[in-house]
Design a protein around this ligand. Structure first.
Ligand code: SF4
Length: 493
C-alpha cells in the first residue's frame, strides 16, 4: 500500500505560494496547487497537502480498517470532519435504524471517529447533513484550501475559491494516514457565462447548459474556472450548484474566484475565523483569486442570456434541452451520436422530436447536495405556495442539512410544502442515489433537483430521472408533468 508517512508538513496552514511571491499572473488553481505541493513523486505526480478532509459513512470504513491494520493514527484529526448522509433514513431517524446495514455503517463511523478524535456531526448534533452542504455552512470550507472527500461531488466546495476534489476509498486511507494525496495537476479551462440570467433561469440551468455544450467528458483532465457576469452575480448557494456538477461534465475540480459574496457568506460561520483574524483571512482569501492576465489552457464563453429552464431527457446529464424545445432525432445526428441518443430515448420511453414539456411524471424530488439548500427550498416553495401536488405524483422535499431544515421551518417553508401535498423529510442524500428507502419503484419517472440521471441511479434499475432546477421540480409536481416555470408562476431569479 502506498502510504506517505511524511514528517509534520510545512504546509499545515495556508501559505503564500510561489506564484504570488514571483508576481507572475497566475490562476487560483496554480496558486493553491503551488501552496500545497509537498514534493514531486518519482511517478511524476505531486504529493499534495490536504487542508480539509471531509468523511462520511460510505467511503470511509475500509480506509479506517486499513489504518487499523497498520496500527497508524489519523495524521491530522483536527483537519478531518465527518458526517452521516448517504444511508440516513429521512423519515424514521430513531436509532437503531430499521435498516440493519444503515445502522451498521452509522455505528462504524461513530466508532472510528471516537477512536481517532474526529469530530462527527451526527443526527444528534443539529449540524448533520450532506457532507457538501455542511462543510460550507459550518465555515469549514474556505478560500485557498485544498479539500478532499470520498465523494465525487466534492467539487462543490470550489465555489469558495478552493481546490476541492473527490477521492476514492484508497485515497481516503492515504489522506487519513498522511494528510496528503498524490495527483497530477489538471489543465485549467475558464468558462465565462456572460450577461444576466432571465427570470426563471437558475444556476442549475447554467450548469446543465454548460455540460450540454461541452459534453459529459469535455472536462476530463481539466479544472473548470467559472467566471463571467452571470456567475459573479450568483449567491454562494448558486455557485455551489455550478461547481457541484462540474464533475458531471468530466471536470473533477470546479471553482469560482472568491469575492465580496464569498467573504460575506463566511463571516460569523462557526469554524471561520472571527474578529481581526477574519479580516486578515479575508485579505488572504482575496489574494488567491486568479490574476488579470493569468493564462488558461482553454477558454470558453457562454451567453447567459440565451439560457432557458433546462431539463435532461436522457441517461446522462449532457442529454438536455430547454423546456420549450423538442427532443433530438437520431436520424438527424452524426453517425457517432446516433446509438447513444437512440438508447437514451428508448430507455426513457420518449420519442424523437417530441416536446419535452408535457412529459408526465410520477415522483418529484427536491433535495441533494446540488439543490438542497435554503435558497433552493425558497424558490420551490414560492412555486408550491397555495397550490396542490397533482394527485398521481409522490413529492418529497429533503433538506440538505439539519441547519437548512431548521432555517426553512423558521420561515414556514415546511408548512408551505406540507399544505401543498409534499412530504417534508429529515436531512440526507435521500433519493439522489437511493441508499435508503427513498427510491423509485419500477418504471417511475422522477423530476429531480439532484445531479445524476444514470440508469438505476434512484434505486430502480428501470426508473427514469429528469434533472432540473428545484423551481422546475416544484412546478412539475403541481402540474403532474413538465412545464415551463417562466409561465407557471412568480419567479425571482
Ligand atoms: S446528495 Fe447525491 S451526489 Fe450529493 S453526496 Fe449525497 S449521494 Fe452524493
Amino acid at each position: 500500500m502506498a502510504f506517505y508517512k511524511q514528517p509534520a508538513c510545512r504546509h499545515a496552514v495556508w501559505s503564500v505560494p510561489a506564484t504570488i511571491r514571483s508576481q507572475m499572473p497566475a490562476t487560483l488553481f496554480q496558486k493553491i496547487w503551488d501552496a500545497h505541493a509537498v514534493r514531486r513523486l518519482p511517478n511524476g505526480q505531486t504529493q499534495l497537502y490536504v487542508g480539509l478532509h471531509l468523511v462520511h459513512e460510505v467511503t470511509s470504513p475500509q480506509a479506517f480498517d486499513d489504518l487499523d491494520a497498520q496500527g497508524w493514527p489519523v495524521r491530522a484529526p483536527h483537519r478531518t470532519f465527518a458526517t452521516i448522509d448517504h444511508i440516513v433514513p429521512t423519515r424514521a431517524q430513531a436509532r437503531p435504524f430499521a435498516d440493519a446495514m444503515a445502522e451498521t455503517m452509522a455505528a462504524r463511523l461513530e466508532r472510528n471517529c471516537a477512536r481517532h478524535g474526529i469530530p462527527l456531526f451526527d443526527l444528534s448534533s443539529g449540524a448533520q447533513g450532506i457532507v457538501h452542504v455542511i462543510g460550507p455552512e459550518l465555515g469549514l470550507t474556505q478560500p485557498g484550501m485544498t479539500i478532499a472527500c470520498g465523494d465525487s461531488h466534492t467539487s462543490t466546495h470550489g465555489a469558495f475559491g478552493a481546490v476541492a476534489f473527490g477521492i476514492g476509498t484508497s485515497q481516503v486511507r492515504d489522506v487519513l494516514a498522511s494528510q496528503c494525496v498524490s495527483m497530477s495537476p489538471p489543465k485549467v479551462r475558464k468558462i465565462s457565462v456572460d450577461g444576466r440570467l432571465a427570470a426563471g433561469v437558475f444556476a442549475k440551468d447554467v450548469i446543465l447548459s454548460i455540460i450540454g455544450a461541452l459534453g459529459v467528458k469535455g472536462g476530463a483532465g481539466y479544472a473548470y474556472e467559472f467566471a463571467g457576469d452571470a456567475v459573479h452575480a450568483m449567491s454562494m448557494d448558486e455557485r455551489m450548484t455550478i461547481c457541484n456538477m462540474s464533475i458531471e461534465g468530466g471536470a473533477r475540480i470546479g471553482y469560482v474566484n472568491p469575492d465580496d459574496t464569498t467573504i460575506a457568506y463566511l463571516r460569523g460561520r462557526r469554524f471561520a475565523p472571527s474578529g481581526e483574524a477574519f479580516e486578515r483571512a479575508a485579505g488572504r482569501w482575496r489574494s488567491v483569486a486568479s490574476d488579470d492576465g493569468a493564462s488558461y489552457d482553454d477558454e470558453v464563453r457562454i451567453d447567459g442570456r440565451a439560457i432557458g429552464p433546462t431539463v435532461t431527457w436522457g441517461i446522462t446529464p449532457g442529454q438536455s434541452v430547454q423546456i420549450d424545445a423538442r427532443l433530438p432525432n437520431p436520424g438527424d445526428m452524426p453517425a457517432d451520436d446516433r446509438a447513444a441518443v437512440t438508447e437514451a430515448l428508448e430507455f426513457m420511453s420518449l420519442r424523437p422530436n417530441q416536446p419535452i414539456a408535457g412529459t408526465k411524471i410520477d415522483v418529484a424530488f427536491i433535495g441533494s447536495c446540488t439543490n438542497g439548500r435554503l435558497s433552493d427550498l425558497r424558490e420551490a416553495a414560492r412555486i408550491a405556495s397555495g397550490r396542490r401536488v397533482a394527485p398521481h405524483v409522490r413529492a418529497l422535499v429533503v433538506p440538505g442539512s439539519q441547519a437548512v431544515a431548521a432555517a426553512a421551518e423558521r420561515e414556514g417553508l415546511d408548512a408551505v410544502f406540507r399544505d401543498a401535498g409534499f412530504e417534508w423529510r429529515g436531512a440526507g442524500c435521500s433519493m439522489c442515489l437511493a441508499m435508503n428507502t427513498d427510491r423509485l419503484e419500477g418504471r417511475e419517472i422522477c423530476a429531480s433537483s439532484s445531479n445524476r440521471n444514470f440508469k438505476g441511479r434512484q434505486g430502480s434499475p428501470t426508473g427514469r430521472t429528469l434533472l432540473m432546477s428545484p423551481a422546475m421540480v416544484a412546478a412539475a409536481a403541481i402540474a403532474g408533468e413538465l412545464v415551463d416555470v417562466r409561465t407557471f408562476g412568480e419567479v425571482t431569479a
